[in-house]
Ligand binder design. Sequence first.
Ligand code: NAP
Length: 289
Amino acid sequence: MITGTTKLLGVIGHPVEHSLSPLMHNAAIAQIGVDYVYLPLPIAPQNLEDAIRGFAAIGITGFSVTIPHKQAIMPLMSEISSLAEAVGAVNTVFRQDNRWVGTNTDVEGFIAPLRSTYNRDWSQTTAVILGNGGAARAVVAGCSQLGCAEIHVVGRNLQKLAAFRDSWANSPLANNLQVHHWELLPKLLPNADLLVNTTPIGMYPHTQASPLSQEEIENLNPNSPIVYDLIYTPNPTKFLQQAQKVGATTIDGLEMLVQQGAAALKIWLARDTVPVDVMRQVLRRHLGL
Ligand code: NAP
């Protein structure tokens, strides 16, 4: 129930209508029984600065940040966590001592299903990451936090790949990072223990597309690699179906979405736990899973 004392959370983006975050967060808020509401807050890029000032004026507790604001918001923060600094993107903002603090929970969201599903030492792991966009940055940081021995990022544009590599030059997070043109994939796949798709290839409505051909998939490491797709619609993607057929274990993008949200909600509500099951369940139902 919204009352005169209800506190405000939300997600800023442009567009933001497609966001599943309001559904997920309001389900958790209702379950906990706290006096908060989480709203979609459509903000065009030219209005970002005004919006942040307005949020301070009306005392918003915190908010999620999605495309296209994840980088643009950084100079508007009073403080940025070292992780968000290293990733180069903020996806969660909270208020502390009347100042805006930006952090990044995508890394925690990415790692969570790997840690909960596989109780293993990652120090011998070779990770191969498809794509070099925003999500790939959180995945590189995540693989580095896990302690992966080698992190290979594969992309289609050599200039963007070089810029991606150079952007990590001063970061301890990525000392095992190498970048490669897509043509090199056949050489990398047989050694990949963890293969992550961070491209949108295969995302609804292009459900018959996959970042890898059948031949490439058959060339995967025969020792049951983990294949992880950040996409959550469709579920599973064609890429994950191909991987399952050759004996790989698979992870879809839904758990990352849930866990990055749960990590943000813990920050805003200053709680050690939030009802992750409720958040997952409401999304699964919404997506017809
Ligand atoms: P982005 O910044 O636009 O990056 C997309 C990357 O994919 C770029 O490197 C792009 O290459 C590459 N790419 C696109 N089409 C390609 C193609 N046909 N062949 C080869 N490479 C291609 O997007 P993003 O924010 O990283 O998001 C990527 C995906 O991750 C989306 O599907 C998004 O929904 C998903 N995601 C999921 C979660 C989650 O919580 N599960 C979180 C974040 C993102 P160029 O640089 O050469 O253009």
